[in-house]
Ligand binder design. Sequence first.
Ligand SMILES: NC(=O)c1ccc[n+]([C@@H]2O[C@H](COP(=O)([O-])OP(=O)(O)OC[C@H]3O[C@@H](n4cnc5c(N)ncnc54)[C@H](O)[C@@H]3O)[C@@H](O)[C@H]2O)c1
Ligand SMILES: [Zn+2]
Length: 426
Amino acid sequence: MAATEHETVFTYGAPALKYGTGASDEIGYDLTQYGAHRVLVVTDPQVAATGWPRRIADGIAGYGIETEIFDGVHVEPTDVSMQKAVDFARGTGPYDAFVAVGGGSAIDTAKAANLLTSNDGELMDYVNAPVGGGRAPGRPLKPLVAVPTTTGTGSESTTVCVLDVLSLRVKSGISHLRLRPSLAVVDPRLTVSQPPGVTAASGMDILCHAAESYTAKPYTEFERKRPEQRVPYCGSNPLADMFAEQSLRLLSWALPAAVRDGSDLKARAAMALAATFAGLGFGNAGVHIPHANAYPIAGQVKDFHPKDYPADEPMVPHGMAVSLTAPEAFRFTFDASPERHRRAALLLAPGADEPDDPAELLPSVLIALMHDIGIPDGIGAVGYTESDIPDLVDGTMKQQRLLATAPKPVTEDDIAGIYRRSLTLW
Ligand SMILES: NC(=O)c1ccc[n+]([C@@H]2O[C@H](COP(=O)([O-])OP(=O)(O)OC[C@H]3O[C@@H](n4cnc5c(N)ncnc54)[C@H](O)[C@@H]3O)[C@@H](O)[C@H]2O)c1
Ligand SMILES: [Zn+2]
């Protein structure tokens, strides 16, 4: 039998992009280019209260396009909340385009509403197996214009939609190329009203997207795929690396500055660019251990109520959940690519003192930054104890799609060790 053939091909996909102050005033014109006559604007109540979704809808109406607003998005969407958006879109439709105005929660909800009004079947049919049916949409979706108001997820560029399946207490997603928005409109003005807690958590999400995709298993180390086997996440590659490096460079000054002073427009514009760059990178390369751990950390939450998020239910926001085990995860992956870990750290903290043990550099840079911007001190500070670790490990091991991009093999014991050492960070 022939020896395993290594991959020689990497892929890159992205939405069309408009970036900059004023970009969101042009969406009506953009929609005419798709031939849209009736569009649904999807947002959440707190973002609706900023006035931007109404302003965008009015701008669209100025081009003779009928608009409807759904402002019932649930922050960190669930199967139940997404179903409400789908029912609304089915009940008031048909729509020939969607516009999502909000963070990852609104953009992902719009992806689901678009999917289930363009294709038959129900939400769980499309959720990744084994949680759901893993079905692929057979028909193309309608154009989706994604307008991020957080500087974080990069969902405006990606092919995934993340949801909490309430009955199973598990976070999962729908992942398919057809989910990618047609156009990302990144207007930094919309991000200025993010409260500091949201800026910090979603900023750590950007940072982990960049650092994880930069340290992901290189595409050349995967087995050669046939065309029909290709997946959106192909491992680190020269194009994604370029985006990750630029993102880290911007975050080094803009993340602390934007948390300190939300009205700092220069920092907000740099954060919006950093989020876009990281999304374009990780949306093709993939992420690994910190993101795999974030699913159970968020999904098994007990009684943590983060500042600046809706107070009605406990939650560990995505970016916070991702960051809490990142220092330990990168200490674990260090030996797979020491130079990349070092470079990521020095892009984030140029001139940082290099400790005797080079594996400590990236974790120490991350911990100093997290402390500075008000991220909780480890998984213990969001309510987990040693006795929760087996359940958290089970949850992580279910995220094989993400662990496949880790730069080295990961066992249950490795993950348990990462959780144990992340109970407190400083
Ligand atoms: N699809 C993807 O590629 C992808 C990637 C990472 C995360 N996610 C998902 O995205 C969700 C998190 O998204 P997020 O971090 O962007 O935050 P979010 O959409 O959950 O919003 C966080 C909070 O900030 C508020 N908010 C947002 N923008 C605001 C603004 N400009 N002014 C005032 N308040 C504002 C929201 O109302 C909400 O209360 C999670 O469900 C996560 O799992 C998706
Ligand atoms: Zn993320």
